[in-house]
Design a protein around this ligand. Sequence first.
Ligand SMILES: Cc1cc2nc3c(=O)[nH]c(=O)nc-3n(C[C@H](O)[C@H](O)[C@H](O)COP(=O)(O)OP(=O)(O)OC[C@H]3O[C@@H](n4cnc5c(N)ncnc54)[C@H](O)[C@@H]3O)c2cc1C
Length: 324
Amino acid sequence: MGNVLIVVEQAEGQLRTASLSAVTFGKKMAETTGGKLSLLVIGSGVDKVAAEAANLGAADVTFVDDGALKNYLAETYAPIVVKAAQEKGVSVVGVTATAFGKDLMPRVAALLDAGMAADVVAIVAANKFRRPMLAGNVIAEIEVVTPIVCATIRQTEFAPAQAAGAASPVAKMDAGPIDAKGAEFVSLAAAKSDRPELTEAKVVISGGRGMRESKNFDELAKLADLVGGAMGASRAACDAGMVPNDLQVGQTGKVVAPKLYVAVAISGAIQHLAGMKGSKVIVAVNKDPEAPIFQVADYGLVTTWEKALPELMTEIGKLKAAQR
Ligand SMILES: Cc1cc2nc3c(=O)[nH]c(=O)nc-3n(C[C@H](O)[C@H](O)[C@H](O)COP(=O)(O)OP(=O)(O)OC[C@H]3O[C@@H](n4cnc5c(N)ncnc54)[C@H](O)[C@@H]3O)c2cc1C
């Protein structure tokens, strides 16, 4: 029997919804190992996040709250995860494969002398997992033979955990000595946007190479703002300099799973699909009826974006006016 520890990500005292997928993974993992699921929240001023995490159906929630942990550094966070893992006697430590999770978990694995299962898309057994490899062209089944397994979880493949029954007990853990080992947080250069964060948004409007130039993305931005969505893009559009790289969705970009994903002038290459095919509803606008994006789309418009976008915005505008 092995217990399971899931690290719940937070930003500025808000629980990141991406973490909810790792919690679902944790529940499934605990059923597989026969152990119990614990959640861990780390940061400064995170007692509210811990209280929120207590509603997710885990056996318990531990939080570590210290002003020195306000800004994330793998150097300061990883030893805390290790301490919690040892106290809980876990056989699996997991986190969603966000930029935070992908940065944190390899260091945790090194400190625990544990094997890593990165980008897990399915659980096969207590130490066996499936994960995509070779740009998503194959799904590998991997076995981790160390006593503890460290895993990063692909958000799109595990549904977000829902609030469940009675709240779990919450306990504060002492961080112990916090040593950044020479690393220092200097500043965070995050792009400021009034739109929701790409990986957290309920609606994502993405554009591809067929948008042709940067200024045409203004049309997509109008649609995104109309529906309160985030902007995304294919790698081709980012590489061509039409939009910044942080909008890239896909294998080597961000993985998103919104309620609605609108792919405009995107062909649907396998590497792009790897980042969005877990979306609940997919709408594709493409002038080529043979574009592979239509194979994953729930709704497809075979037309140009020049024609489709104004019409879509007019109809959405009418619906919104009728709701007022
Ligand atoms: C290792 C590796 C990793 C990669 N990682 C990623 C990744 O993370 N994300 C990613 O997106 N790609 C990634 N790629 C690149 C990927 O293979 C594709 O090249 C890329 O996704 C294509 O982008 P696109 O669909 O915008 O462009 P294209 O494939 O050129 O498609 C443009 C589409 O626009 C349509 N179109 C053109 N004009 C119009 C119009 N006026 N109205 C409507 N439709 C129109 C065309 O019919 C076409 O289907 C990766 C590739 C490799 C090898």
